[in-house]
Design a protein around this ligand. Structure first.
Ligand code: GDP
Ligand code: CA
Length: 307
């Protein structure tokens, strides 16, 4: 079975890990957010793609939710001691990947090709693609003015209330090679339990991707990132309240108008009428490998029931 998954970092990576434990990974293509990408210390960092790669390679730090297990921080300490830019946390092992990626990009390889090489070297089964090879960057409007994504998210700890989101470069960004092919060949499209505005939003801001999903001939299922109206981690709940008018499954559904046929959401969110979108109610906390796999299976069952 071919499955195309739209994914951000932490929640998306956890889910995708469960998915490849539930199905043959060779049929899974993950289309990852690049709106968070940034240059740090001269290196190109793709935080969401890396969370996905590390999770699929089994190298991720489960508790932190990002970065690598067994990480050390010597290089960053040295950077801080020297008065360098140290607000974006890069571990020693993680830095190795950023060095390699940056070199390959400078040699002229597109991000999709670089990501494929990294995935191969890490022994990742399944395909990981950036949504686009073109420059696409997320900015948020706040009372403190417009902030670049990581400035808001990491440097300021996403404390500023977001009133609008903008995706620079989205108008001209083309889907990366393989993205439309994966969506076209998919038996099922899944939107991972990621932040709808700043993780999935940038992916859907690529018009070719949005069109392909709008015109799908196969089921599309989203998994809610909220449990009892609250984000497990991060600002998704605050953003939904402000930008979608609430944090029930209905507002999550509204983020994906015309793009999904079913929404998997947590039993703690009760019974909600989602109109034409089928509600699939289950436990959605991905606390361990079994819970992750079961959530992926719930999405697969939802899709099977739609056929
Ligand atoms: P980011 O790019 O690192 O911010 O990660 P994502 O956007 O992919 O994931 C963040 C979202 O994942 C948050 O809104 C969390 O609520 C959600 N999330 C994290 N863990 C879980 C979980 O175990 N279950 C569910 N349903 N959502 C989760
Ligand atoms: Ca992210």
């Amino acid at each position: 079975m071919n499955i195309a998954v739209l994914s951000g970092g932490v929640g998306g990576a956890r889910f995708v890990r469960g998915l490849v434990d539930a199905v043959d990974p060779s049929g899974v293509t993950v289309i990852g957010n690049v709106g968070d990408d940034l240059e740090v210390l001269g290196l190109h960092v793709s935080p969401d793609l890396d969370s996905i790669l590390y999770a699929l390679a089994g190298l991720n730090d489960e508790e932190r939710g990002w970065g690598r297990a067994g990480e050390t921080w010597n290089a960053l300490e040295s950077v801080a001691d020297l008065g360098g830019e140290a607000w974006f946390k890069l571990g020693d092992r993680d830095l190795g990947l950023h060095l390699v990626r940056t070199q390959w990009l400078r040699e002229g390889e597109p991000l999709s090709a670089v990501t494929r090489r990294l995935a191969g070297a890490l022994g990742v089964e399944g395909t990981v693609l950036p949504a686009t090879d073109d420059r696409l960057r997320t900015f948020v409007q706040t009372d403190a003015g417009e902030l670049s994504f990581q400035d808001w998210f990491v440097r300021r700890g996403h404390r500023d209330e977001v009133t609008a989101v903008r995706f620079e470069g989205a108008e001209t960004a083309r889907p990366a090679p393989g993205v439309l092919e994966a969506l076209g060949a998919a038996d099922l499209i899944v939107i991972a339990p990621s932040n709808p505005f700043v993780s999935i939003g940038p992916v859907l801001a690529v018009q070719g991707i949005r069109d392909a999903i709008t015109n799908r001939r196969v089921p599309s299922v989203a998994v809610s990132p909220l449990i009892a109206g609250r984000a497990v981690k991060g600002p998704a709940d605050r953003m939904l309240s402000r930008l979608a008018g609430g944090t029930t499954p209905l507002q999550v559904t509204d983020c994906y108008k015309g793009l999904i046929d079913a929404l998997v959401y947590d039993e703690a969110d009760g019974e909600v009428d989602l109109g034409a979108v089928r509600p699939i109610v289950t436990r959605t906390l991905m606390s361990d490998a079994d819970a992750r796999r079961r959530l992926a299976e719930a999405a697969l069952e939802a899709a099977a029931a739609l056929r």
